[in-house]
Design a protein around this ligand. Structure first.
Ligand SMILES: Nc1ncnc2c1ncn2[C@@H]1O[C@H](COP(=O)(O)OP(=O)(O)OP(=O)(O)O)[C@@H](O)[C@H]1O
Length: 272
């Protein structure tokens, strides 16, 4: 079955497109909101948020809080109901195609062709971003090696474990060296070893200048990994700051999980 993300990246401009110069805030969100068709209320209430260039920003919240909805709007996979945002100074309405080249998206669901090999999948995704020839080949082989998958480059994705698919999903999103990387639960369902490799690689990308916005339910991971976090609940941001500041501000909290529970409560968030 064709991935829903393929249509989006098919219309990408060439990697040589010129972008706006750097801004102190890589992402500026202004009253951005989403109400799904036929839904009773808003999944994301009008919210403002700024994310600095070079940040590792964690968007944390219980099930159904609005994390995927917000990240999908920012990565142009979902049309906002109202409000606006800029990435690297580019407004999403006027610069849709440039923005697609500027960002990488690691969706929660695997956006891979199961009947193709890892190498074939990555060739396809790389070519969608305008990469080709030896340059594309070398990038693919380098990344496959860094993420520990050289032995499986020519194995079909259908035979991959969850952790291996997550690593290929990540490579597919960064071959074109995006300035901003959106990751929706990049370590969900993977073993500790794969998680370790993924997080190490994300740290390296960030050290080389990629701004990262990621969602996760792993609060320990977020506490270690993020320079800033925002906790979102029922479509609204309930607190934001560095993990250290949030822990210090909230009385009786020792870690980010305590802060999370203090702000979102202990009630279950089951929904269907
Ligand atoms: N296509 C849709 N149509 C209607 N409502 C939707 C749709 N997608 C999500 N929602 C609703 O929007 C709200 C926010 O969902 P979203 O998936 O953004 O939450 P989330 O924080 O990512 O949750 P999770 O941690 O479970 O992935 C939920 O109430 C969800 O049921």
């Amino acid at each position: 079955m064709e991935s829903p993300f393929l249509n989006e990246i098919r219309q990408l401009p060439s990697p040589n497109s010129s972008f706006a110069s750097s801004y102190a805030f890589m992402i500026q969100i202004n009253k951005l909101a989403k109400k799904y068709k036929y839904a009773e209320g808003y999944s994301v209430n009008p919210l403002d948020l700024t994310i600095e260039e070079g940040a590792v920003f964690g968007l944390l919240g219980p099930n159904g809080a609005g994390k995927t909805t917000l990240i999908s709007m920012l990565s142009s996979l979902l049309k906002p109901t109202s409000g606006s945002f800029t990435i690297d100074g580019l407004n999403y309405r006027e610069h849709k195609n440039e923005l697609k080249q500027l960002i990488g998206i690691v969706p929660q669901e695997y956006a891979l062709y199961p009947s193709l090999t890892a190498y074939e999948n990555l060739s396809y995704f790389g070519s969608m971003y305008g990469l080709q020839g030896n340059s594309l080949k070398n990038k693919i082989l380098d990344h496959i090696e860094i993420l520990g998958l050289s032995k499986f480059a020519h194995t079909k994705i259908v035979n991959f474990s969850g952790g291996m698919k997550r690593r290929i999903n990540l490579i597919a999103s960064i071959l074109h060296r995006p300035k901003v990387l959106f990751l929706d639960e990049p370590t969900v369902g993977v073993d500790v070893q794969s998680k370790n490799v993924i997080m190490e690689y994300l740290r390296q990308l960030n050290a080389e200048g990629t701004t990262i916005l990621y969602t996760s339910h792993h609060l320990n991971e977020a506490e270690q990994f993020c320079t800033r976090v925002a906790i979102i609940d029922q479509g609204s941001i309930v607190c934001k700051g560095t993990p250290k500041t949030l822990i210090a501000q909230q009385e009786g909290t020792k870690n980010l999980e305590d802060v999370f529970l203090a702000h979102t409560g202990k009630a279950l968030r089951d929904h269907a």
